[in-house]
Design a protein around this ligand. Structure first.
Ligand SMILES: [Fe+2]
Length: 388
């Protein structure tokens, strides 16, 4: 999506001779979306990026999913999930539908080289620090960062030695993730009313220019997982340019939009993808009408399943619900939800909130994965009862 960047060495014109110091040609690769009709980048490799020495099928664990039946609002405590492994192989599937998969990861291993050929990935870092190494270059990450990795970008996670375990919420989409279209000009610039701008998006600053042979890359695709063994290291890029590349955006750079009375969730929207929206709830002033009610109203959002990931803060509207740091609530279509009893009155007069949360709304119902079943708090559905 984002905007044009040029990194490292590239020739003055595309598709012309560009030679290495030894006189041989660099290998040009066009990486583009939607069949040459959407964002793309041109990368220049020292070696051809297509040489495969071997192809291996990789056994993947069965991710048996079940419908949310009987229809139930649910609460998952991600901090109860077992730690271990790396963010690519050990993410626990929580919820999924035809458009996306939502997983949670806690662990401390570096990952192998990987690309997701089924769609984009957005990884929200709840805890831990490290570097996302990609064919475009490296991006450091810390808590609060959204890492957006376009489909088929080869990458790996390298954690800092000093880092605590990394905790991350992972969203895989079948389409491409970008800013909400209403915040973009006809030419794709972020408009003045957007809650962030290009300066807040950080792509790789330099190519990795790495050498190597017989390099393994794990590929997620419709049929499962495959391992490609490439003749040359895919990170042998000396330069690239274009509008398609991985980037990070910190939730702490999201500028909240506030009002005299309660603002609807779309003001928190940060990204969109086909069938999915992502919103950021950040520390902000509450509504300032003299009779404002800061707590949200009850709402029947009839076309969405709503997943809220609680990162930090006291989650004012969820008093008595058992929600804590790392909790995820699922409020499915067909269930009217809102603040827990007493929260509305208690919110009156409050001037600000320090909450930090990420919301993922899907337009198709979500099924439950094994990760969700492993950390569900069964009593959540009854927490709106006034007579509890
Ligand atoms: Fe809601």
């Amino acid at each position: 999506m984002p905007y044009y960047r040029s990194v490292g060495e590239i020739p003055a014109k595309r598709h012309v001779q560009f030679r290495q110091p030894d006189g041989s040609l660099y290998a040009e690769e066009l990486m583009g979306e939607e069949g040459f009709s959407f964002d793309s980048a041109l990368l220049y490799h020292k070696h051809i990026p297509t040489g495969l020495r071997a192809i291996e099928a990789v056994e993947a664990e069965d991710q048996g999913t079940t419908p949310n039946h009987p229809l139930t609002p649910r609460h998952f405590k991600s901090h109860q999930l077992k730690a271990g492994g790396d963010v690519v192989r050990a993410r626990a599937l929580l919820m999924t539908n035809e458009d996306c998969a939502i997983s949670y990861f806690v662990g401390s291993d570096d990952s192998e080289l990987y690309k997701n050929a089924t769609g984009d990935e957005m990884v929200f870092i709840e805890q831990g620090t490290g570097t996302l190494e990609t064919v475009f270059g490296a991006i450091s990450f810390e808590p609060g960062d959204y890492l957006v990795i376009p489909a088929s970008v080869i990458h790996r996670y390298v954690l800092d030695d000093s880092s605590e375990k990394v905790r991350a919420l992972v969203l895989e989409t079948r389409g491409h993730i970008g800013p909400p279209k209403r915040y973009l000009s006809r030419n794709g610039q972020l408009l003045e009313h957007a809650p962030y701008c290009e300066r807040d998006l950080h792509g790789p600053a330099a190519p990795l220019n790495r050498e190597g042979s017989n390099v393994e890359v794990l590929v997620k695709h419709k049929g499962g997982m495959t391992r490609f063994i490439y003749e040359h290291h895919p990170f042998d890029v000396v330069g690239w340019d274009g509008c398609l590349y991985p980037y990070k955006f910190s939730i702490h750079d999201f500028e909240p939009i506030t009002g005299r009375i309660h603002q609807p969730p779309p003001v928190h929207q940060t990204f969109e993808a086909p069938g999915v929206v992502v919103c950021s709830f950040v520390p902000r002033l509450f509504d300032y009408h003299p009779e404002a009610i800061p707590a949200p109203y009850n709402h029947a959002n009839v076309d969405s399943d709503e997943v809220l990931f609680y990162v930090e803060g006291n989650f004012m509207s969820r008093k008595g619900s058992g929600i804590e740091r790392g909790s995820l609530s699922l409020h499915p279509a067909g269930h009217t939800h809102g603040p827990q009893p007493g929260s509305v009155e208690a919110s009156i007069g409050k001037e600000r909130t320090e909450e930090l949360a990420v919301m993922i709304d899907t337009f198709k119902p979500l099924d439950l994965g094994p990760g969700a079943r492993d950390c569900e708090d069964d009593g959540y559905a009854w927490t709106w009862l006034e007579g509890r």
